[in-house]
Design a protein. Structure first.
Lengths: 195, 270
């Protein structure tokens, strides 16, 4: 059994902000069991719980990156409340019965609606899944492309013979990624929900 | 469709910053008056922005590693350990049961070696798949399938038998099923048809369509649900239509290069 040192609320937030691995491990070790219990006692599986935990941590991370985060409750309560709302949304999507969790939206106040967060997060997850399914070289090329690096610079970094070849590789990788995303049934479903 | 693809190319050129300032201005103007372009732009922009969140992608990877890395720890907690012991016991029992059934199958498949077989029992057919049957009474037959014993009533015009045989060919093969999800598909190959699990009517031709960006010699192999190769051929273009009719059942197929398997798929003949 791994033992972690104790973190204060401020240290947790700071650690989350810079993706400190020890802090993330601590958060998982100490807070995941409650989330797992919540999901599993409401028609979910261990895998669902892991997904919800990941999504909640990512939402907090993005809030920290974008707007900053002022907590009126403990970090654990906040993480739990986000997880609870995400799971509620997920259940609603699956049209499963819901008994124990009520008034989920009013449970905590957020700057952005949990519904919006849920769909945004689902889309991000889908895009990232397909991105991570590409080869390492494609991931690297596309990362450079997303940062608007010129084809000539990409050729230099990747050791390609010319900017033209970099453009060709960039286009190949992008097309594969986009085709995989567009062919994913979940993508079509998410687009439908958006409308 | 053509204009949609053209628009997507344009949008990506814009998003990547590959347009000149004049092209940029023209594109933005067109965006205001062309609804189809505006819709595609919104779609592609969402993907572009999402994939630009490199830190979030990294965080996903970190969390995935943490969650999968800490899983074994749970086995040390009392509850999980208890479950594990029960699982070992259940697995041992299942293994014993399986061995007994296999022994039973072999003794019954060779009547000359087993003099004590009931006079009523007569093994009439066995084949290499391990499927066989014996008649035990006027109405009932026992069918063997890989050591499993199934009782079928023969009085309803062979409907049970038909259902049973169909169930045998439509049974998923767990090992081959796993390969579908586990095989690493390189970015060099994109399968357009058939989709995983696509169904075809018996008699219809199965069409394979794919794109491969790096020219490499591929061979197509089709296996039935017992992992027996029913078809294998080297491919010379990016499309192939199987002219040979296949019987009803689940089929697994793969693309192989000289060195490795690059894709595993599955289709069903109804």
């Amino acid at each position: 059994m791994v033992h972690y040192k104790h973190y204060t609320e401020e240290a947790l937030i700071a650690g989350m902000q810079c993706r400190d691995n020890d802090v993330l491990k601590y958060v998982h070790q100490h807070f995941y069991p409650t989330i797992s219990h919540l999901v599993k006692s409401n028609n979910g599986t261990e895998l669902d719980a892991e997904d919800i935990f990941q999504d909640a941590v990512i939402i907090i991370f993005e809030q920290l990156q974008n707007d900053g985060l002022e907590l009126n409750c403990s970090f654990k309560t906040y993480l739990y409340s986000i997880s609870r709302n995400l799971w509620m949304q997920s259940l609603e999507k699956k049209r499963k019965s819901w008994i124990d969790i009520t008034n989920y939206v009013s449970f905590f106040e957020q700057k952005r609606s949990i519904f919006g967060l849920y769909y945004e997060n689902q889309k991000d997850k889908l895009f990232h899944k397909h991105f991570l399914s590409l080869s390492m070289s494609c991931q690297k090329i596309l990362n450079l492309m997303f940062n608007k690096t010129s084809s000539e610079k990409i050729a230099e970094i990747m050791g390609f013979s010319s900017g033209q070849y970099a453009r060709k590789r960039k286009s190949q990788c992008r097309k594969i990624l986009i085709r995989r995303i567009h062919n994913d049934p979940l993508y079509k479903q998410l687009k439908k929900n958006e409308i | 469709m053509k204009s949609e693809n053209r628009y997507r190319e344009k949008v990506w050129k814009y998003l990547q910053g590959d347009m000149s300032s004049e092209e940029n201005r023209q594109f933005e103007e067109e965006l205001l008056r062309n609804q189809e372009l505006a819709y595609i732009f919104e779609e592609e922009q969402a993907i572009f922005h999402s994939l630009g969140k490199t830190e979030v992608i990294e965080l996903r990877k970190q969390l995935h590693e943490i969650i999968s890395g800490q899983k074994p720890d749970r086995n040390f907690s009392g509850r999980y350990y208890f479950r594990k012991e029960w699982m070992i016991a259940a697995a041992s029992f299942a293994a014993l049961l399986l061995v007994s059934l296999i022994l039973l199958f072999f003794t019954r498949s060779h009547p000359s070696q087993d003099k004590e077989l009931s006079a009523e029992t007569d093994i009439t057919d066995t084949n290499q798949s391990g499927i066989g049957f014996s008649e035990t009474s006027l109405n009932t037959s026992i069918y063997y399938r890989s050591g499993e014993m199934l009782m079928v009533n023969d009085t309803n015009d062979g409907q049970d038998l038909g259902r049973l045989l169909l169930a045998l060919v439509c049974e998923e093969n767990p090992m081959l099923e796993n390969r579908i999800t586990l095989t690493y598909r390189t970015e060099n190959i994109e399968i357009i048809a058939p989709r995983i699990g696509q169904e075809f009517h018996a008699g219809n031709k199965v069409r394979f369509v794919w794109n491969i960006s790096v020219p490499e010699q591929l061979s197509l192999q089709i296996l039935n649900n017992r992992a027996v190769t029913v078809f294998e051929k080297e491919m010379h273009s990016s499309m192939f239509e199987l002219s040979r009719p296949l019987n009803q059942g689940i089929y697994y197929w793969r693309f192989k290069t000289k060195s490795s398997v690059v894709y595993n798929g599955k289709f069903i003949i109804r």
